[in-house]
Design a protein around this ligand. Structure first.
Ligand code: SF4
Ligand code: SF4
Length: 433
């Protein structure tokens, strides 16, 4: 057996004579005695250690077979995927006026019509091919709850359609949280609502400055009240967008949540990401440029690892670092805009060259438009981070270059942050959400 190429080896000072191994392929972590580790190269690994390390994906029969297996990873995911996932942008209207909104310039009283919704349900039925057993819709906006009637009518149809096929129907909401009262939550849960993702950008003064209502009034108290009202009915994930100047204040939000009874047992997940800039040269209505251009920026790495530790320290869950390919590579995953135009990722809606069809005419080949398989090159094939990265995020390349012709290489980020992230998971031993 040989050492997997998708392994990172770190020292482990707490137990002298041991090494910390992390597999980027299986997201597995283990401690191994230095002498056992050295015996891998010598070919003298004991059968017990060999079986354990093989199970964790840390030793493999041979290099080339493993490379072939990882290069076929995406095909395998797509071949086995039992799920159809559709993100639906119900409207481009919003009762908030967030300072960094990526839909700025596109927003307005633009709503999906009943006619488009009928085409949508037809599209979903057609794409829910034999072998699928799970149908999920992520409802987005604008603010999806401004289209609550449509959420209900689409869900009623899709629930009975899926159940007739012996499959499950679920949906989620990505919402600003301001309209998510208990009554509506109860209704939606009975129709398949599985989780909501609500954005909170720090403690009150920061959140209110970043995410005000259209009127200019702060939204913090309303959102907190609604989470308190609904978190026993449905999984509420709180995510937040930090900036260079304010990330240090985000622990105050966590303290506030705890004080308000929104303790780790009541919040499904807590996660903070940097605000990303828009593409250079693109003129947003609000000239927002205080975000990051890439996750490789040192301050983003510093801020992200710091906030993740603060989250875990308080006992909240947050996503583990694990293989996470860009959704554009997932065949049975589509984004449908309010007007019926189809994309592969919500952040590309309305951008030239990224529509892949529409509900009337179906989906055309988008291999070139989204540079599928961009990671199939020598540099990525030799990279130990390939299973965590798969060429990165197309949108980040677009922000940087104005096109997606090159990789969004996360090497600098992973070189700097992975060890810390792995150690955080060991230290805080978080349960899988
Ligand atoms: S382009 Fe980026 S944001 Fe869009 S699906 Fe891929 S990783 Fe996600
Ligand atoms: S884009 Fe960079 S980090 Fe990602 S797999 Fe390729 S070489 Fe590795």
């Amino acid at each position: 057996m040989k050492l997997s190429r998708y392994i990172k080896v770190f020292p482990f000072e707490k137990r002298p004579g041991y090494l910390l191994l992390y597999s980027t392929k299986k997201a597995s972590i283990t401690l191994v005695k230095e002498e056992a580790f050295d015996s891998i190269d010598r070919g003298t690994l004991s059968p017990g250690n060999e079986a354990m390390l093989s199970e964790l994906g840390m030793v493999v029969p041979d290099d080339e077979t493993e490379k072939t297996e990882v290069s076929g990873f995406m095909d395998e995911i797509n071949r086995r995927n039992p799920r159809l996932n559709i993100s639906v942008i119900l409207n481009l209207d919003c009762n908030f006026n967030c300072i960094y909104c990526y839909e700025t310039g596109m927003k307005g009283k633009l709503y999906m019509t009943d006619e488009t919704a009928a085409l949508l349900t037809g599209f979903i039925k057609e794409r829910f091919t034999p072998g699928k057993n799970s149908l999920n819709i992520d409802f987005y906006g604008g603010e999806p709850l401004l289209s609550a009637g449509l959420i209900k009518s689409i869900s009623a149809q899709m629930k009975s359609f899926a159940e007739c096929r012996g499959a499950s129907y679920t949906f989620t909401l990505v919402t600003n949280g301001s309209l998510f009262r208990r009554r509506i939550a109860e209704d939606l849960v009975s129709m398949g609502l599985k989780g909501v993702k609500i954005t909170m950008d720090g403690p009150p003064e920061i959140h209110n400055a970043c995410r005000p209502f259209r009127s200019g009034a702060g939204s913090f108290d309303t959102v907190i009240r609604n989470i308190q009202e609904t978190c026993d009915l449905v999984n509420v994930a709180v995510s937040g967008n930090f900036q260079k100047a304010n990330f240090g204040k985000f622990p105050l939000l966590m303290d506030y949540l705890e004080r308000k009874g929104l303790t780790p047992d009541r919040i499904y997940e807590l996660k903070f990401d940097p605000v990303m800039n828009r593409r250079a040269g693109r003129k947003p209505a609000a000239d927002y440029t205080d975000g990051a251009m890439t996750v490789n920026e040192p301050w983003v790495i510093r801020a992200g690892t710091y906030l993740r530790a603060e989250v875990l320290k308080r006992g909240y869950r947050t996503p583990k670092i694990s293989p996470s390919p860009c959704q554009v590579e997932i065949t049975d995953s589509f984004v449908v805009n309010f007007d019926g135009v189809i994309y592969k990722c919500p952040v590309f809606i309305g951008r030239d060259g990224f529509a892949i069809g529409d509900l009337r005419n179906g989906v055309r080949d988008y291999t070139a438009a989204y540079r599928l398989g961009i990671w199939k090159n020598r540099e990525c094939a030799d990279c130990e981070y390939l299973p965590l990265c798969f060429g990165g995020c197309r949108y980040m390349s677009y922000v940087r270059d104005g096109n997606i012709d090159s990789l969004d290489c996360k090497r600098a980020y992973l070189d700097a942050a992975l060890e810390t992230l792995v150690r955080q998971d060991i230290l805080y031993g978080q349960k899988k959400p």
